[in-house]
Design a protein around this ligand. Structure first.
Ligand code: PMP
Length: 305
């Protein structure tokens, strides 16, 4: 990913892709204190537009606040930087990665006095869990790793270090031949996927773990709440057990990268009919209508670049 043409926004300037480098003594590289976002831009009839730019930028600033890091740019500058990288790299639909990290002035656990940096990159990225998974559903395994407790690394921050847990869970699941991992919280209730929120459907009602299970407050998750309301589907946030997932009618993951990905199996137990369920298909279609600018009700969620 590093050896290619294009521009990356780094600390206020567009730099050549290959030159967007940091020092090996950067504090974040050693101790993992940093925050990032995953954002997508979609091709719409009016041009390329970033989906829910405001919400993603807000979450980035909130993640930094939780980590006691002060981003040295304004909200408007960070929003504009995201538009700029999509424009500059002439991308039609893409994934964006803003990341804020602590510089290399000194090491030691306390980063006090070190500079805070910010970068934004963007590149084309298709279906995160595969095109086939989007249609047929993916196979998921309950992780042997527990999701973060709410008072450990802070679960409402999208922090760099939180992802070691996700990486371990994802590698374990994929080494075992599954597509993705599902993590349980410290009490054994369902939390989320390694990089996705979970939804299950039972008797026409849509359920998702409440945030006390340590799941990230996903922006796609919130988008699903709106879609459920539009489709007249009851949506309930509650504690969910792993066996409730086994016996639900339909399940799916959501995330900026994963979009709306159906789940056809958990721990080798078939969910529903073992394929994408009919309500999931409707929600998925409504999601793609919104992000691709085909639903005027949500036009203000799309920021043209
Ligand atoms: N949970 C985790 C652990 C994630 O990494 C993501 C992706 N950012 C999500 C949930 C979904 O969040 P969003 O819909 O805002 O991308």
């Amino acid at each position: 990913l590093d050896d290619r043409d294009g521009k990356i926004w780094m600390d206020g300037q567009l730099v050549d892709w290959r030159d967007a480098k940091i020092h090996v003594l950067s504090h974040t590289l050693h101790y993992g204190c940093g925050a990032f976002e995953g954002v997508r831009a979609y091709k719409t009839d009016l041009g390329t537009a970033i989906f829910r730019l405001k919400e993603h930028t807000e979450r980035l600033f909130n993640s930094a606040k939780i980590l006691r890091m002060k981003i040295p740019f304004s909200f408007e500058q960070v929003a504009e930087a995201q538009k700029q990288v999509v424009r500059e790299n002439q991308l039609e639909s893409c994934y964006l990665r803003p990341l804020t990290w602590i510089g290399s002035e000194k090491l030691g656990v306390s980063p006090k006095g070190n500079k805070i940096h910010l970068m934004v990159a963007a590149w084309a990225w298709g279906a995160y869990l595969g095109e086939e998974g989007m249609k047929r559903g993916i196979r998921v395994k309950t992780s042997s790793y527990t999701r973060h407790h709410v008072n450990i690394t802070m679960t409402q921050a999208k922090t760099v270090s939180n992802y070691t847990n996700s990486i371990l869970a994802n590698m374990e699941a994929t080494d075992d031949g599954y597509d993705e991992a599902l993590l349980l919280d410290a009490s054994g209730f369902v939390s989320e996927g390694a990089g996705e929120n979970l939804f299950v459907i039972k008797n026409g009602v849509v359920y998702t773990p409440d945030l006390s299970a340590g799941a990230l407050n996903g922006i796609t998750r919130n988008t699903i709440f709106h879609i459920c309301e539009d489709l007249g589907l009851k949506l309930v946030e509650k504690r969910i057990t792993r066996d409730e997932v086994y016996i639900c009618d339909e399940a799916f993951f959501t995330g900026t990268a994963a979009e709306v990905t159906p789940i056809r199996e958990l721990d080798r137990i078939e969910i529903g009919a073992g394929s994408r369920g009919p309500i999931t298909e409707k929600i998925q279609a409504a999601f793609f209508d919104i992000v691709n600018g085909r639903n005027p009700k949500y036009a203000d969620w799309l920021t043209l670049v």
